[in-house]
Design a protein around this ligand. Structure first.
Ligand SMILES: NC(=O)c1ccc[n+]([C@@H]2O[C@H](COP(=O)([O-])OP(=O)(O)OC[C@H]3O[C@@H](n4cnc5c(N)ncnc54)[C@H](OP(=O)(O)O)[C@@H]3O)[C@@H](O)[C@H]2O)c1
Length: 323
């Protein structure tokens, strides 16, 4: 079968089309004919080698771990009723950029009829993580929520989910096109991260005392500035590091200000919990309560171009690979 393989750590050009043996369904597993493959920012960081110490991934490897497709085979102990069903699944951090993928049956989320497999792939990571972030922070109606990276794959979903909880949402995004998009998704105010005084503008928009909840998908200096905008007694979720680092928050300061810190460790889910949240996200797609933003699709063979597009930061929304 065809795959896209990273032959070494490096730039997007290390991602090349290749052939690999088709997977077989082991006990408790299914094999999918993949129709659409999610791409997420962290996959570009893993490919570059910069996060070699954090992920047990070494080249050559097939990147990707979020797919949507049709079940073609079931392994021992798996209900045959899955055969032919449209599903989405997470397979971890590798093996996803492929024509066929083996996945644990407990990781499968059925895709509702009204949802395309491309849309399903677009939420298999972002929709799940965004749902987990909203659950973990326990946003209540009327709370003021600041979202950095609000125009990203996950950010756009967080804006919609926080609004659905009845929050007052202030988004941080870069440039006119991206700030307009975040406003379209229902943010009450949007500040432009390209403007050096964005933290002051965000404070004004939040109403002086700061945010009850900050959802930081950017990290680095942006995350640190967002931490300063967290109201005393609030919650701060540091779940993103596209800048290369999570927000370098001083835990003593957080304790002093009674700010509850949440991080990526609070978002680790079992396969079954992941599938349950994916099912919730897919149901929200079907009703129109949640809309993913797919900025571009590329065929599997052009996975390297997909990574170029993600890293360029010019696209609005996310990139999905199609088979
Ligand atoms: N997707 C998931 O399921 C998941 C799970 C766990 C953690 N995370 C983390 O959450 C973060 C956001 O993920 P995502 O999938 O939503 O990514 P994404 O779609 O690429 O969004 C990244 C966001 O960060 C902003 N950004 C600011 N500074 C940046 C920089 N130096 N480089 C790149 N982007 C920068 C981007 O906006 P501008 O380019 O306009 O500034 C964009 O809004 C990532 O750190 C990711 O590792 C994601």
């Amino acid at each position: 079968m065809r795959v896209a393989q990273a032959i070494e750590f490096g730039g997007p050009e290390v991602l090349v089309p290749a052939e690999a043996p088709a997977p077989e369904a082991g006990p408790g597993q299914v094999v999918l004919d993949v129709a659409a493959i999610d791409t997420i920012f962290v996959e570009t960081q893993i490919r570059s080698g910069q996060w070699e110490d954090y992920f047990p991934v070494r080249p050559p490897y097939v990147p990707g771990g979020g797919v949507a497709g049709t079940v073609r085979a079931v392994g021992a102990g798996v209900d045959e009723a899955w055969l032919g069903r449209r599903v989405a699944a997470s397979t971890g951090f590798t093996g996803g950029y492929a024509e066929q993928v083996a996945a644990a049956a407990e990781a499968l989320a059925p895709v509702p009829d009204g949802v395309s497999l491309t849309e399903a792939a677009a939420v298999i990571h972002d929709g799940v993580t965004a749902t987990a972030v909203i659950d973990a922070t326990g946003i209540k109606p009327g709370e003021r929520v600041l979202i950095t990276g609000a125009s990203g794959g996950m950010g756009t979903l967080l804006v919609q989910l926080a609004k659905a909880e009845g929050a007052y949402v202030v988004g941080v995004a870069r440039g006119e096109r991206k700030t307009a998009l975040v406003r379209d998704f229902g943010a009450d105010a949007v500040v432009d991260a390209a403007s050096p005084d964005w933290p002051e503008r965000a404070r004004e928009a939040l109403g002086g005392t700061g945010a009850d909840v900050v959802l930081d998908g950017v990290g680095g200096d942006v995350g640190l500035a967002a931490f300063a905008l967290t109201a005393d007694g609030g919650r701060f979720s540091a779940h993103g590091a596209p800048t290369g680092d999570f927000a370098p928050v001083d835990p003593r300061e957080a304790e002093h200000r009674a700010v509850r810190l949440l991080g990526i460790a609070d978002l680790q889910l079992s396969a079954a919990a992941h599938a349950e949240m994916a099912t919730r996200a897919l149901a929200a797609l079907e009703t129109g309560a949640l809309r993913p933003v797919i900025g571009a699709t590329f065929p599997l063979e052009r996975a390297s171009d997909a990574h170029v597009a993600i890293e360029s930061r010019q696209l609005v929304g996310k990139v999905v690979l199609t088979v």
